[in-house]
Design a protein around this ligand. Structure first.
Ligand code: MLT
Length: 243
């Protein structure tokens, strides 16, 4: 049976951030791009905000046969939490414009400050905080509109949950470096949130990780270079499906 390619979204976005990649993908590849609970118009998971709760909810509705999972930025943190907890449910793993490390204290404080702004000003605060860093400069109007609309769809509760869950995540560099199934890192060379040298550094800690760097592309590579991202994901999917 063909593995499903599961695409996990970043912040402050939802599953629609993968629309252009889906169009560019070989149609014979089965694809799912779910919006995480709380980012989908429904409630956030009960209890403390955590990426593990999101990994658990993915495990509850993904196909039971192993999938190939690709996560962009926050989605990569979720994919690593899933790989940590459910390695047998994965046939392959792709990290897109992300990294396996925990937040610094400064980053945690920044997330708390943004959560407070969202409480006061609403979801547009998240879109405005991210816009200048998500894309290579200058970002197009279409990209800006997509991010603003996504943040509104996700809503304040989902956005604050995401910020708290990201701040609480542990370092998962050992999950990446110890991963023995097919894996790939796809990264924008002009990423303003996760610098490319950081991505090159962690990618190299797993000798089987295939590293693809996209020249002139920022943090949101699925929007800026959907064909190239789709091609790299299709390569990983084929290798994973053949094993
Ligand atoms: C994302 O794009 O999902 C976020 O930039 C991730 C983060 O803030 O660490």
């Amino acid at each position: 049976m063909k593995p499903t390619l599961v695409l996990v979204h970043g912040f402050p976005l939802d599953g629609s951030m993968w629309d252009e990649v889906r169009v560019a993908l070989d149609p014979s590849i089965p694809v799912m791009a779910p919006s995480l609970p709380g980012c989908d118009g429904g409630p956030v998971p009960p209890g403390e905000a955590s990426l593990e709760a999101w990994a658990e909810s993915l495990a509850s509705f993904l196909p039971s046969s192993p999938v190939v999972m690709a996560g962009m930025s926050m989605g990569g943190y979720v994919a690593l939490a899933f790989a940590d907890r459910y390695p047998d449910r994965l046939a392959g793993l792709a990290l897109v414009n992300t990294h396996p490390f925990a937040d610094s204290e400064e980053q945690k404080a920044g997330r708390a400050a943004l959560a407070a702004r969202i409480r006061e000003e609403g979801p547009s605060a998240a879109a405005e905080a991210m816009l200048g860093r998500l894309f290579r400069s200058p970002h197009g109007e279409q990209n800006a509109r997509a991010v603003r609309e996504a943040a509104l769809r996700v809503g304040p509760e989902g956005l604050r949950y995401a910020l708290a869950a990201m701040a609480a995540r542990p370092d998962r560099s050992a999950v990446w470096s110890g991963w023995t199934k097919p894996c790939a890192v796809i990264h924008g060379a002009a990423d303003a949130i996760v610098p490319a040298d950081k991505a090159r550094g962690y990618a190299a800690t797993n000798p089987s990780g295939v590293y693809t760097e996209l020249g002139g592309v920022g943090h949101h590579s699925p929007a800026e270079a959907p064909e190239a991202v789709a091609a790299a994901l299709a390569d990983l999917w084929r290798i994973s499906a053949a094993r």
